[in-house]
Design a protein. Structure first.
Length: 83
């Protein structure tokens, strides 16, 4: 099913706006957690990258197997290790 042009335009706009905001932020500001026990903006972006990498591997493996049981991943450990 093809994506609607409006969805694509909204997606591009969202990514562009987020990129503009993140690029204006200092590394120090991006590294500050927004609340106790919460991730910083930098950690959130890192988590999204980690999640995409893990999900990509799952999609590929799903096409090569008859069972859909996948290993999980410790998202907090991934964020911590990659700083």
């Amino acid at each position: 099913m093809p994506l609607e042009p409006e969805f694509i335009a909204a997606f591009i706009s969202t990514v562009s706006n987020a990129a503009e905001q993140l690029l204006t932020m200092s590394d120090a500001d991006a590294s500050v957690a927004r609340a106790p026990g919460k991730w910083s903006r930098k950690e959130i972006v890192g988590h999204l990258i980690d999640s995409a990498a893990n999900n990509h591997a799952r999609f590929v493996k799903a096409q090569a197997t008859d069972h859909l049981l996948f290993d999980g991943y410790d998202q907090d450990a991934w964020v911590r290790v990659q700083r």
